[in-house]
Design a protein around this ligand. Structure first.
Ligand SMILES: Nc1ncnc2c1ncn2[C@@H]1O[C@H](COP(=O)(O)OP(=O)(O)OP(=O)(O)O)[C@@H](O)[C@H]1O
Ligand SMILES: [Zn+2]
Ligand SMILES: [Zn+2]
Length: 807
């Protein structure tokens, strides 16, 4: 038998299947979708069995055998394998990259270099001898160089060259499951009891263990630690030796939500709008046909309740459900709502879990122990085999697009899977993406709308505050008079405020007031960000760090000042302005540790603060009855980013955060501080008018030739040499112009908005088209022609067929 294997080698040149013979020992167990170890170019690598067949073109003497089979149950189903091919074609990714993206990280291979001695040890440099006391000793290179001295490393390299040492690559795929040793009773309880009596004098500990176990159900197993109260490990092993106990390795399940109580909840009686929407979704389920719904429901209209009931229905039919939520809103509150309704049938997958926990959640899905998964983007690959519905909440969120290879969009993947299972996809949002809404207008998606909040809660009133006007009247602080007054008013009433500092693409930097000098990263063309806590300037792209200069490096003036606003600074200012105000600050700094996010929100929920201050991460998913005021600082800070979605993102963020106010009995109010109070992405928030925003933005897209009127593909070219970067980009641009149709526009070469990152110069080419059937082929041909340059020089070319980040 021949296994056709996709090898884990990240190169276009080997992006195809390779044939291996299947040794007899594996012939019965090896199936398609399993991971294997195989020899490749004289080193062992991990691979995926994509096909099994009887024939091969490879001559017999050249055929190498599969060395090891890693999975007995294939982690990739046939459906996922087919899906991978589709994603590979659409995103122009390496096949193996897509397969790896489908699996939890813990299942991906680790590659190590192991050094062994090949000569007699005393011939080695004395520096190295201590590491090789016997000829069996090895050095694991990557670990070793972390602590080795420069001379030791030099010596090792020259010993390798002289043949005194040899370097062997090894691939390890750690068993991702957590295991431990457990003891259980092998004999009947009654006999064990008797044995305990006779052991009582000589070995009281062994007796105690036997007694404990014989009083419990016979098949129950305990760890040495659990039994330590009765007998030591020696006592346990003695009993194993004598045949009374069995000692086994078992797999332990990590449950990140272990010990947590979830209040259970039942389906709520639906409101009229909700019932209509759910009716449409269940009708599609009944007809067993795939349909994609776009549910536009204003904030607080009860979309989540619809998801819950649609899932309930799916489970009753014996099918499974995937719910995607943006990473940032995978808040405990959100998870609780699903756990409360479906209990232990829910797996949760998000980045705050450890690698091991993620693996265990994934395994619960594969083993059919759960039938619902709530997770971030990659949960779209959950290995269910009988999917009944896929829900994408906040479908407009940028985080559904993966910004590294494979550059897939979860929405596209969801639709592909749902087509396979003939089941519905529900895309929900208060502010759908322009692409999705345009598709709904065309009838590609079915539009469902909910214009009203639950229980007739009114939409909060929104007021725009022109900060230029504030400045004119002499207010130089970051808070308008109005905002301060209203926050104080809430505090006195015992109500709460959410304060959003919109600072995407906007950060604190320092500038010389005399000459305008701004310190930039020496490796990236971007200004350094000021970090107050450690008094450092840091680059957010490469991590470069330096201390804050006391005098201007350019003109030697001491007028170096901080600009921009960070959450810390807002907190300090606010405390100065409103004496005694209690603030909870949520940003990357305060939520770094595990569970911090949850703790802060719980505190806020209990009313232990007047203000919840934060960045984007507080804009979504919060549902607290006591929030009656939302303030936004610097509403327009994203508008000036070089990104055609800047207006859309601004409108979405403002609408989302405004939606946190007055969701229950108390009415809410929103104050938006801005320097562009006439921009439609801000004015339309005031009217809660998605449709009007949509029409205006569509006009802009049409004029600019952007999606959804045109498709875009972006090529990002980078190299350490500026001249070469430009040359390659020119070559690529010419090639594309010659090979693509006349109606397709090729823009470039242009320097990227951030022209250098980590000492690599960056240029880009943008392709705009309506119909371009040749595109995939042309791009593939282009990449093949660049292969030698990529392999020989440090040229990198990244293709994104659906770019979301223009930086
Ligand atoms: N049929 C119903 N009867 C009573 N209360 C309901 C009903 N449906 C939803 N609710 C409640 O209304 C509130 C808002 O609903 P939900 O959070 O589902 O809205 P949403 O549209 O998902 O909001 P957002 O998009 O702003 O996060 C919640 O507290 C929810 O429990
Ligand atoms: Zn200066
Ligand atoms: Zn940098």
């Amino acid at each position: 038998m021949i296994a056709k294997v996709i090898v884990d080698v990240p190169s276009q040149a080997v992006d195809r299947m390779f044939d291996y013979s299947v040794p007899d020992s594996l012939a019965k167990t090896l199936v398609v979708g399993c991971r294997v170890h195989v020899p490749f170019a004289n080193r062992p690598v991990q691979g995926f069995v994509a096909e099994l067949s009887d024939s091969t073109e490879v001559p017999k003497h050249k055929l190498k055998p599969v060395t090891e089979q890693l999975d007995l149950v294939p982690p990739l189903t046939e459906e996922l394998l087919q899906l991978a091919e589709k994603i590979k074609t659409e995103t122009l990714s390496l096949h193996v990259a897509v397969l790896k993206a489908m699996l939890p990280q813990a299942m991906r291979a680790k590659y190590k270099k192991i050094l062994t001695v090949t000569a007699e040890i005393n011939k080695l440099d004395p520096l190295l001898q201590p590491y090789f006391k016997t000829s069996e000793d090895v050095i694991e290179w990557d670990e070793w160089i972390k602590n080795a001295s420069e001379n030791e490393i030099k010596s090792a390299v020259s010993s390798l060259r002289k043949g005194l040492l040899s370097a062997e690559p090894v691939v390890t795929t750690k068993d991702a499951a957590k295991k431990r040793l457990v003891y259980s009773l092998k004999e009947e309880s009654r006999q064990a009891m008797k044995e305990a009596e006779s052991l009582q004098k000589k070995a009281p500990k062994q007796a105690a263990v036997l007694r404990f176990l014989s009083e419990r159900p016979n098949d129950k197993a305990y760890t040495a630690q659990e039994l330590s109260e009765y007998g030591s490990k020696a006592a346990l092993d003695a009993l194993v030796e004598k045949g009374w106990l069995a000692k086994q390795e078992t797999v332990v399940k990590r449950d990140p939500y272990e010990g947590r109580e979830f209040e259970s909840s039942e389906n709520l009686p639906l409101l009229e709008d909700q019932a209509v929407v759910l009716g449409e979704i269940t009708a599609a389920m009944d007809e067993k046909e795939h349909r994609t719904f776009l549910l536009r429901g204003v904030t607080g209209s009860g979309k989540t309740e619809i998801y819950l009931q649609a899932i309930d229905r799916t489970l009753k039919e014996g099918k499974e459900a995937i719910v995607l939520v943006p990473e940032i809103s995978l808040t405990p509150q959100m998870v609780n709502r699903f756990k409360a309704r479906f209990g232990s049938r829910v797996a949760v997958m998000h980045s705050a879990l450890s690698k091991g926990e993620k693996y265990d959640e994934w395994k619960k899905i594969r083993d059919g122990e759960v039938d619902v998964v709530v997770g971030a983007r990659s949960a779209v690959f959950a290995p269910f085999t009988n999917l009944g519905i896929i829900i994408i909440d906040e479908e407009h969120e940028a985080s559904y697009k993966q910004e590294e290879a494979p550059r897939y969009h979860a929405r596209t993947v969801a639709v592909a899977r749902a087509e396979h299972y003939n089941c519905p996809v529900v895309l929900g949002s208060a502010t759908p993406s322009l692409e999705s809404y345009a598709r709904a207008q065309k009838g590609v998606y079915q539009l469902l709308t909910m214009e009203n909040r639950v229980n007739d809660a009114v939409m909060p009133s929104v007021t725009l505050i022109d900060m230029r006007e504030e400045l004119r009247t002499g207010n130089r602080s970051m808070f308008s008079e109005d905002l301060l007054d209203k926050m104080e008013e809430r505090r006195l009433k015992g109500e709460q405020t959410v304060l959003l500092l919109n600072r995407r693409g906007y950060s604190t930097f320092i500038m010389c007031r005399e000459c305008g000098f701004v310190p930039e990263c020496p490796h990236c063309d971007i200004s350094l960000t000021y970090h107050r806590t450690n008094q450092a300037l840091q680059c957010h792209y490469c991590g470069y760090r330096e201390t804050v200069p006391v005098r201007c490096p350019d003109c030697d003036s001491d007028q170096i000042r901080f600009f921009g606003t960070g959450t810390q600074k807002v907190e300090e200012e606010l405390k100065k302005q409103l004496d005694g105000i209690r603030i909870i600050r949520m940003d990357v700094d305060t939520t770094r540790t595990k569970g911090a996010h949850e703790k802060l929100l719980t505190k806020f929920g209990r009313g232990e603060a007047d203000v919840l201050l934060g960045t984007q991460m507080i804009a979504k998913g919060l549902d607290y009855p006591n929030i009656t005021l939302v303030g936004v600082l610097a509403a327009d800070s994203m508008l000036h980013l070089p990104d055609f979605r800047a207006s859309e993102r601004t409108f979405q963020l403002l609408t989302q955060v405004a939606g946190r106010a007055g969701r229950h009995k108390k009415t809410g109010e929103v104050l938006i501080q801005t320097y562009s109070p006439e921009h439609y992405s801000i004015t339309e928030v005031k009217q809660h008018d998605f449709l009007s925003f949509y029409q205006k933005e569509m006009q802009m897209r049409k004029m600019g030739g952007y999606p959804p009127y045109y498709y875009l593909t972006m090529l990002q070219v980078s190299h350490t040499d500026l001249h070469k970067t430009v040359q390659f980009t020119e070559k690529i641009t010419d090639f594309l112009r010659q090979n693509l149709s006349d109606t397709t526009k090729v823009f470039g070469p242009v320097a990227s908005p951030i022209p250098r990152i980590k000492d690599r110069y960056r240029y880009q080419v943008m392709i705009k088209y309506k119909i371009e059937p040749q595109l995939a082929d042309v791009l593939h041909e282009l990449m093949v022609s660049l292969q030698t340059d990529i392999a020989r020089t440090d040229l990198q070319v990244i293709i994104d067929t659906n770019p979301h980040m223009m930086m």
